[in-house]
Design a protein around this ligand. Structure first.
Ligand SMILES: CC(C)(COP(=O)(O)OP(=O)(O)OC[C@H]1O[C@@H](n2cnc3c(N)ncnc32)[C@H](O)[C@@H]1OP(=O)(O)O)[C@@H](O)C(=O)NCCC(=O)NCCS
Length: 174
C-alpha cells in the first residue's frame, strides 16, 4: 500500500475529524506533536482550528496522506514566515503518521512529498523544523535528508525533571 498525498485539500467535516483522530491517536501513542499525556479530540481541536484559521489567511498550508480507503494516515503543516527577511524558508510542523502505520516507510514518503511541495512554493529555498530530543527523531529526519543545525539544551519540559533538547533540523532545497 502507498499513501496518496494532497496539498491543501478542502477541509470539510470528514477530513477535519480524520485529522483530529490522527493527531489524538498519535499523541496518545507518545508522539511528539505538541502534547504530553493522554488527550482527546477536544484537547486537540483548538490547535487544529488555529492551523485551519491560519490556512484561511494563507499563512499555513496542509499536506495530508490518505490510505486506499481515504482514511487520514499522515499530515504535515507548513507555516510561512511573516518577517520580510525570512520569507525564503518555511517551517514544517505536526509531522505525523498514524501509529498503526509507523515504521513502514510512510514517514519518509510524507517528508519526500513535503519537500516536493515546498519546492513548488514561490521563493522557498529551505524547510526548517524543530523536534523534541530523546526520541530518535533526529535520525528519522536525517534519513530524509535533513541536517541538525542547532540544539537548544533542555528547552522542552515534557514533565517536571524531564527536560528535552529542542533540535533544529534544516533541509536546503537547492
Ligand atoms: C516520526 C514519524 C513521522 C516517522 O514516520 P514512520 O512512518 O514511522 O517512519 P519511516 O518508517 O518512514 O522511517 C524512516 C526511517 O526513520 C527511522 N525512524 C523512524 N522513526 C524513528 C525514531 N523515532 N527514532 C529513530 N529512527 C526512526 C526508521 O527506522 C527508518 O530508517 P531506516 O530506513 O534506516 O530503517 C512517525 O513515527 C510519527 O508519526 N511519530 C509520532 C509523531 C512524532 O513524534 N512526530 C515528530 C514531530 S517533530
Amino acid at each position: 500500500m502507498s499513501l496518496t498525498f494532497t496539498l491543501d485539500p478542502a477541509v470539510g467535516p470528514a477530513l477535519r475529524d480524520g485529522i483530529l483522530d490522527l493527531w489524538t491517536d498519535v499523541s496518545n501513542a507518545g508522539g511528539a506533536v505538541g502534547f504530553v499525556g493522554r488527550v482527546d479530540r477536544e484537547t486537540v481541536r483548538p490547535e487544529l482550528l488555529k492551523h485551519l484559521a491560519a490556512m484561511a489567511e494563507g499563512r499555513h498550508r496542509l499536506l495530508v496522506g490518505q490510505d486506499a480507503a481515504g482514511e487520514v494516515a499522515a499530515t504535515a503543516f507548513f507555516s510561512f514566515n511573516a518577517h520580510r527577511l525570512q520569507k525564503h524558508w518555511v517551517w514544517l510542523y505536526t509531522v505525523m503518521v498514524h501509529p498503526r502505520l509507523q515504521g513502514r516507510g510512510y514517514g519518509r514518503d510524507l517528508l519526500a512529498a513535503a519537500a516536493d511541495a515546498a519546492r513548488g512554493f514561490d521563493g522557498i529555498e529551505a524547510v526548517r523544523l524543530s523536534c523534541r530530543g530523546g526520541l530518535g527523531l533526529e535520525d528519522f529526519y536525517g534519513s530524509c535528508g535533513y541536517k541538525e543545525v542547532g540544539r537548544i539544551p533542555e528547552a522542552i519540559r515534557v514533565a517536571p525533571g524531564d527536560d528535552r533538547d529542542d533540535v533544529i533540523m534544516l533541509l536546503p532545497l537547492r
